[in-house]
Design a protein around this ligand. Sequence first.
Ligand SMILES: NC(=O)c1ccc[n+]([C@@H]2O[C@H](COP(=O)([O-])OP(=O)(O)OC[C@H]3O[C@@H](n4cnc5c(N)ncnc54)[C@H](OP(=O)(O)O)[C@@H]3O)[C@@H](O)[C@H]2O)c1
Length: 270
Amino acid sequence: MADLRGKVAIVTGSSRGIGKAIALDLANQGAYIVLNGRNETRLAEAKKAVLAIHKNVVVCCCDVSKKEGGELLIKAAIKAFNRLDILVNNVGVSSRGGVADLKPEVFESVFSSNLMGSINPTIPAIPELRKTQGSLVFISSLAGIRGLPGLSAYCSSKMALRAIAESIRIEEKKNNIHVGLIYVGITQIEHNKEAISADGSMVVLNNRENKKVQSTSYVAKRVSQNINKRKFTTTLTRIGRLNAFMAPRFPLLVERLILKNLHKFEEKSK
Ligand SMILES: NC(=O)c1ccc[n+]([C@@H]2O[C@H](COP(=O)([O-])OP(=O)(O)OC[C@H]3O[C@@H](n4cnc5c(N)ncnc54)[C@H](OP(=O)(O)O)[C@@H]3O)[C@@H](O)[C@H]2O)c1
């Protein structure tokens, strides 16, 4: 296992949800933390939670879907701790609605958060990660394994992360940067988590408290394992691993299974 004590980790979108759990898990292993989000109040709450573990934490309030946001974030880590060992690209937003009903702007918004929100911090982070032979992690989704009904914008944005991760792995092999890609299954969400609906407005997702879904702390543990073992892909949940095995080999069978269970599938993604 790697020793994360004194290593510097940025987690994008870490003011709540999965990102916050990842930041806390890394902090518990001794990593210095740079928290990120757009809402100062939520960031202050998250900072308090890290401070309960140790004092080496800073916040950087910025929008990583903007080029300047990505640059600001990396600069904030270097200014505070003079190095960068881990960047977890966690920011992401989901979408709902069949392609025929979607406004094209939905694709723009989703790609702006999920793709540009990962690329903007990654580009300025690479020179810093080369110095430390650090880790670059992308948080994808089981929806990034194959196209799913009602989730086309989300699925395509998460699939794009795979292509980027594969390219960087080869490009940075000589510099020994670890690139990880995490396929996350349906997870607990915080109150009022929103997704983008077909007309571009935000819709609040149903509460998942009484549903059998992964906890954010479990997801965070698996992300830490990926970093510590310098693995490429980590696929969460049994159904996720089955899907990852079946989808490229038996695409038509998987399609038939989805069609057969369409109502269950639609219920789960509400
Ligand atoms: N929850 C699930 O079931 C699930 C399943 C599979 C994959 N995932 C993936 O896991 C990741 C986290 O999901 P989550 O459910 O924890 O999301 P969440 O609860 O909506 O949290 C998103 C975090 O990102 C921040 N954020 C959003 N846009 C940002 C931007 N442009 N710049 C900076 N910060 C931004 C939010 O804070 P502000 O709004 O204050 O900026 C918040 O801290 C996403 O990539 C998601 O696709 C989630």
